[in-house]
Design a protein around this ligand. Structure first.
Ligand code: AP5
Ligand code: MG
Length: 223
């Protein structure tokens, strides 16, 4: 099974992907996380990506695809995975289709209003080590400023400043929203109200996945 999470910045893609990892064992493949790791490690790809990310635009397809292919080749992706933030434009969707993965594909568009998005992103804190996601009000860590999972000091993402959030939203409307029609036409799209609690949002995602699994059966679920 390949789960694709579409949705604007702050719509809750990473949070749903974390839930799917816990509930279904699907690894969370976030191109944003892969890029941020490359930036932290100061790799040539990371150095190239940093400026594009800081301005709220997309990183070029070749860089993203190089990181993604390397990640998908790992053993843990054989039984299915969640793509969080990929594909981001039509060319990336075509590249994904060209991979020719077997098993069902389920696409979720998480729909959330922009006012909510700004509140979520300005209050978000993340772990730079294990990428766990927190919110100062909705999902605070047990110990202030410290990751519950690995004990690392939490940080605010460089692109969670209001002016960069506005640019990320513009990029989303222009480049990523056209994918909604593409997946709707394929019949794999499910629209989810992502403005509710994390639990209610996740429950609806899980219900859809259980229905798809029921139709296709685990023996066909080879990712
Ligand atoms: P990426 O890291 O993918 O960022 P994004 O798409 O902007 O999305 P976010 O991670 O900001 O939000 P999210 O939807 O994951 O929400 P989250 O669960 O954290 O990409 C960053 C950059 O990298 C891009 O701008 C681009 O430059 C580059 N990039 C990445 N992929 C690329 C690609 N494929 N091609 C080219 N460039 C690429 O939740 C947000 C907050 O809300 C958290 O605090 C959370 O706790 C809280 N929250 C979540 N759900 C709920 C809820 N239901 N109720 C209340 N609070 C909630
Ligand atoms: Mg995310």
């Amino acid at each position: 099974m390949r789960v694709i999470l579409l949705g604007a910045p702050g719509s809750g893609k990473g949070t749903v992907a974390e839930g799917l990892r816990s509930a279904c064992g699907f690894p969370k493949i976030s191109t944003g996380d892969l890029l941020r790791a490359a930036v932290r490690e100061r790799t040539p790809l990371g150095l190239k990506a940093e400026a594009q990310m800081g301005q709220g635009g997309l990183v070029d397809d070749a860089t993203v695809l190089a990181l993604l292919h390397e990640r998908l080749a790992r053993e843990d992706c054989r039984g299915g995975y969640t793509l969080d933030g990929f594909p981001r434009n039509i060319a990336q969707a075509e590249s994904l289709e060209a991979l020719g993965a077997s098993g069902p594909e389920v696409v979720f568009d998480l729909q959330v209003g922009e006012e909510v998005i700004f509140r979520r992103l300005t209050n978000r804190r993340t772990c730079p080590s294990c990428e766990a996601i927190y919110h100062l009000i909705n999902r605070p860590p047990k110990t202030e400023g410290t990751c519950d999972v690995c004990g690392t000091a939490l940080v605010q993402r460089a692109d969670d400043r209001p002016e960069v959030i506005a640019e990320r939203l513009k990029t989303h409307h222009a480049k990523t929203e056209p994918l909604i029609a593409r997946y709707a036409a394929k019949g794999t799209l499910h629209r989810i109200d992502g403005g509710r609690t994390p639990e209610a949002t996740f429950a609806e995602v899980k219900k859809v996945l259980d229905a798809v699994m029921g139709e296709t059966g685990p023996s066909r679920d080879r990712g």
